[in-house]
Design a binder for this molecule. Structure first.
Ligand code: ATP
Length: 314
């Protein structure tokens, strides 16, 4: 069964269309990464799932229920880490968890949860004195209370240091192993790449791609990014590079030339620059990251090369 099913969901705020005819299915047990630039409509979609916002049009199902008619039942089985969570300054970390345990009528040990999210030893401190990352850990702990069937995490890594982000990803995996569905939004691409089974990319309220990370990579192209340290590169030089077989894109910031290309095109690219009289000081190649991919989907034209990605025309 699908944990989340959106069918033609549109949400308008006055003249602004935040979500535009969104069709989306997240299967039970899936870790789904909801990616998109600022303002793409991620939080609005999450608010629709939780019935904090009512859609202008479309059908929504969460855990087989209609969140508008069964909002209490949906929320009982869902753990939420909201965007911009703010703590109750005067309550301790443990009191926050006790509150979450009580309101979910759950049977959890607050200290075990504090320990799990890396706050053991800080449970008796007033949360008003927590750092941003500690508050985020606390919010994650509150979302985990009661072993929810669905975890909805809005930008869960915001404010976390690299170790905290890694711990968050480990927890997400543990929750998925337990059978929970995890839906998390992010524009921190590495977070999504590292932990998600499936990624959906939202642009201007529309789903522009949905696939596994690998599938999306294949759809974008052969996937190498070549960085060449060289100055004095002109537009004509870049045009010569772009004209080469296997080159998708080339740009420069004045000191470094960045080329998206097939790995085999590397020698030809460097040769073309050298033929133009450019002194190539250094170069490196890396597999295109999800970031390159994300930018290709959200800034450039959507690829239509018949790759593995399920293209979604909204
Ligand atoms: N309550 C509201 N009233 C008016 N406009 C809104 C409201 N909520 C969201 N919007 C608009 O809807 C669009 C989508 O916003 P949303 O917060 O869903 O995006 P997002 O993808 O979560 O962005 P971010 O990554 O910046 O949090 C934006 O243009 C935003 O200004």
């Amino acid at each position: 069964m699908a944990a989340i099913e959106l069918d033609g969901v549109t949400k308008r705020f006055g003249d602004v269309t935040a979500v535009d005819g969104l069709d989306l299915t997240v299967e039970e047990g899936e870790v789904f990464g909801f990616l998109g630039p600022n303002g793409a409509g991620k939080s609005t979609t999450i608010n629709v799932l939780l019935d904090f916002v009512r859609p202008t049009a479309g059908r929504v199902e969460v855990l087989g229920m209609d969140p508008q008619r069964e909002s209490v039942a949906v929320r009982e089985r869902t753990g939420v880490l909201p965007e911009g969570f703010s703590v109750y300054d005067r309550l301790t970390g443990r009191e926050h968890l006790e509150f979450a345990i009580e309101s979910k009528d759950a049977d959890a040990d607050p200290d075990a949860v504090l320990d799990r999210v890396g706050l053991a030893g800080d449970g008796d401190r007033k949360a008003g004195g927590y750092s941003k990352g500690m508050a985020q850990r606390l919010a994650l702990g509150m979302a985990l209370v009661g072993d929810p069937d669905l975890l909805i995490l809005d930008e869960p890594s915001s404010g976390l240091d690299p170790a905290g982000a890694k711990e968050m990803r480990d927890i997400v995996r543990e929750e998925a192993d337990r059978g929970a569905t995890v839906f998390f939004s992010s524009h921190v691409l590495g977070q999504v790449e590292a932990v998600c089974d499936t990624v959906g990319i939202l642009r201007n309220g529309e789903l522009v791609a949905k696939d596994s990370v690998e599938g999306l990579r294949e759809a974008v192209g052969s996937g190498a990014t070549l960085s060449i340290t060289a100055d004095g590169v002109t537009d004509e030089d870049l045009d010569a590079v772009r004209a080469l077989d296997g080159v998708d894109a080339a740009s420069t910031d004045g000191a470094t030339v960045t080329v998206q290309c097939d790995p085999e095109a590397k020698t030809a690219v460097i040769g073309a620059l050298e033929d133009a009289g450019i002194a190539v000081e250094d170069f490196s190649t890396r597999e295109s990251s999800l970031e390159d991919l994300f930018l290709a989907y959200t800034e450039g034209d959507t690829p239509d090369d018949g790759g593995e990605a399920e293209e979604v025309d909204a």
